[in-house]
Design a protein around this ligand. Structure first.
Ligand SMILES: Nc1ncnc2c1ncn2[C@@H]1O[C@H](COP(=O)(O)OP(=O)(O)O)[C@@H](O)[C@H]1O
Ligand SMILES: [Mg+2]
Length: 429
């Protein structure tokens, strides 16, 4: 069997989880991760090239004879890494720059949802501060009890969406986005949209430009503290599948199918991983946004549940023959608890603290620890980011998966560590 030389772009928990799963493929030869972390270094070769350095990555791929590339992160997609690799005849999993606009431009995405009949909240687009201000004043004068949602249109490191409960909050959001330009050019266009109630659910689908394959549902926990309190983070933990979620058919028929058809009609068929973020009000699923890559930490639970060879799936997507693959999932549940640096998500958290206990955690049944913000320094594993580790557990029931993951967490120590104690709790009934 011919083995493939593969490059994976990114360096978080998502990429460690993807690398871990790819390692199980008999068809995987040498695996490089750019830039990777201390976890990927144990199972692949890290390459010191930034995920946003498209030219550097292309030069590396050409020099090393990389046969297949997978993009984990959003910004290289928005920068056109897929177009650049394809222009050199290289195989790469991910959407083109044009198709990646579904994530990189909330204005593009909302307009396409509307045109394609995908259920989403009502919205308006603003480029001028005075008109946006007028709109939020009108909103709070008419419906003072209802929040409004303000979003910078472009990529803003997950900090560009503001759920505003009062006029003062809305005014401050507009000031940050449109006057202070905190998100730079990402705030040149602003979407102001209706607030949607209900729980959030993450959907993922492999797409080959024509057809798609839906994953089981997952649920992330964005707020930093127990009880969904505190500031929003990149995600503090996930479960999959979500036991009460029963809208997969509606998601396929009303959301994923129509948006892929809409992209195809625009001449930008979507190849890669499509990740709609949903709210679940009683009336049925509503799309908050589309992402054009795997979620993190969702991927950490998905890789624990995926049975089928991931490299086979990636290759089938790129070659437009996803229908030939029978994508299978293990029965049962998976949970991921994120262990973060003290102070995260505020940007002034401290790093460089030694991490101990991962080996003890991984001896326990059902546990794999994925690295996010870690590195080796003077022969020691130390913290190097806000989200440090994702401790994942699997089990026949959600409770069992959570128990496993939390037993793993209890083995691990680093100074200032913080994690949520209630991941999955709202789904345990
Ligand atoms: N229309 C909405 N109604 C209620 N909550 C929302 C709405 N849009 C976004 N949110 C909340 O804000 C978070 C971030 O918004 P999202 O559109 O996913 O932006 P991004 O992930 O790019 O920062 C969501 O996960 C959700 O909690
Ligand atoms: Mg989001």
């Amino acid at each position: 069997m011919d083995q493939m030389k593969v490059l994976l772009v990114g360096g978080g928990g998502r990429e460690h989880a993807i690398a871990w799963k790819l390692r199980q493929s008999p068809r995987l030869g040498k695996l490089y991760v750019a830039p990777g972390n201390a976890g990927t270094a144990q199972i692949a070769e890290n390459v010191p090239v930034k995920a946003t350095d498209v030219e550097g990555l292309l030069a590396f791929a050409l020099k090393e004879g990389i046969e297949f590339t997978i993009v984990g992160q959003d910004d290289p997609l928005a920068l056109g890494i897929v177009d650049a690799f394809q222009a050199k005849g290289l195989k790469i999993f991910g959407p083109t720059q044009a198709a990646a606009q579904i994530e990189a431009s909330k204005v593009f995405s909302k307009r396409l949802m509307k045109e394609s009949g995908v259920p989403t909240t009502l919205f308006n687009v603003y480029t001028d501060h005075a008109s946006a201000l007028e709109e939020v004043r009108r909103h709070f004068a008419a419906y003072s009890g209802l929040p409004t949602v303000i979003k910078a249109s472009g990529l803003a490191l997950g900090k560009g969406a503001y759920v505003c409960h009062t006029l003062a909050e809305a005014e401050q959001a507009l000031d940050e986005i449109m006057v202070k330009k905190l998100h730079g050019g990402a705030g040149d266009q602003v979407v102001i949209e209706e607030y949607a109630g209900g729980q959030e659910v993450s959907i993922h689908a492999f797409c080959d430009g024509k057809s798609f394959e839906l994953f089981p549902s997952a649920q992330d926990h964005k707020p930093a503290l127990d009880g969904d309190k505190g500031p929003n983070t990149g995600g503090m933990g996930t479960i999959a599948p979500v036991p009460w979620f029963n809208a997969s058919d509606a998601v396929s028929e009303q959301i994923v199918g129509p948006i892929l058809a809409g992209l195809q009609e625009k001449g930008s068929p979507f190849i890669g991983l499509l990740y709609p973020g949903l709210k679940m009000p009683e009336t049925g699923p509503m799309v908050l946004e589309f992402n054009a890559r795997f979620g993190d930490p969702e991927t950490q639970v998905y890789m624990r549940l995926l049975k089928t060879d991931l490299l086979d799936i990636f290759e089938a997507c790129v070659e437009g023959r996803l229908h030939e693959i029978n994508v299978e999932w293990n029965p049962g549940f998976a949970a991921c608890i994120v262990m973060a640096s003290g102070g995260y998500p505020s940007p002034d958290y401290k790093k460089g603290f030694p991490i101990t206990g991962i080996d003890n955690a991984e001896i326990l049944p059902g546990i794999i620890v994925f690295h996010a913000g870690t590195k080796q320094a003077d022969g020691k594993l130390v913290t190097s980011g806000g989200r440090v580790l994702g401790v994942t557990g699997v089990g026949a029931t959600l409770q069992e998966a959570l128990d496993h993951a939390y037993h793993g967490v209890e083995c691990i120590r680093f100074e200032g560590m913080q994690y949520r104690k209630d991941i999955g709790a709202k789904s345990l009934v």
